[in-house]
Design a protein around this ligand. Structure first.
Ligand code: COA
Length: 155
């Protein structure tokens, strides 16, 4: 069972330890500098007041583990937030948890006052993520080269 834990914007240490792998870093944020650049992350994922950063917690019989990260970011479009910086620990992937994460993230988003839509961006070289987004009800809005923009109305 996964849950979201509000992430202190000033505390990037857990995200940094998750993204110690260069390939993962590239999947999560292709423009991110490697190794983890705290100043760059401080400028972007948590800086805007509308942005919400979450750690993903997993309950196990032995306690609660932090196993990932996700964010809901304000956009230039009114009442529209972007799902971003999605990450699950390598050994947990491919077991349906990404799908579960999208569900709890959407539930979290629905709690934002007057929110109307979610959007996100994926890349053609990451078909697993695109598939998870489609399964979560996102549709392709446009494509520019490898960059696929997807959206979901929250009716
Ligand atoms: C993206 C991510 C969050 C998805 O989580 P996950 O736990 O692996 O996803 P799930 O197990 O719920 O679902 C994976 C789905 O992708 C499918 N899949 C796997 N590889 C695929 C591929 N190459 N092409 C198409 N579908 C693929 C699986 O069959 C499964 O679909 P199904 O449930 O319909 O059978 C996770 O893999 C991750 O953290 N990846 C690294 C970071 C990343 O890519 N972030 C997204 C940036 S846009």
């Amino acid at each position: 069972m996964l849950s979201l834990v509000g992430n202190d914007p000033d505390n990037l240490s857990q995200i940094a330890s998750m993204l110690s792998n260069k390939d993962d870093m590239h999947l999560v944020w292709p423009e991110a500098r490697y190794s983890f650049d705290t100043d760059q992350w401080r400028e972007r994922p948590t800086a805007h007041p509308d942005n919400r950063s979450f750690l993903v917690a997993q309950e196990t019989p032995h306690g609660t583990n932090i196993v990932g990260h996700a964010a809901l970011m304000g956009t230039e479009v009114l009442q529209t937030f972007a799902v971003s910086y999605l990450y699950l620990d390598t050994e947990l992937r491919g077991k349906g948890l990404g799908r579960q994460l999208m569900g709890i993230l959407e539930a979290q988003a629905r709690g934002i006052q007057d929110i109307k839509a979610l959007r996100l961006r994926g890349r053609t070289y990451n078909p697993r993520a695109i598939h998870v987004y489609e399964t979560a009800g996102f549709s392709k809005a446009s494509q520019d080269g490898i960059l696929i923009s997807m959206c979901k109305e929250l009716t």
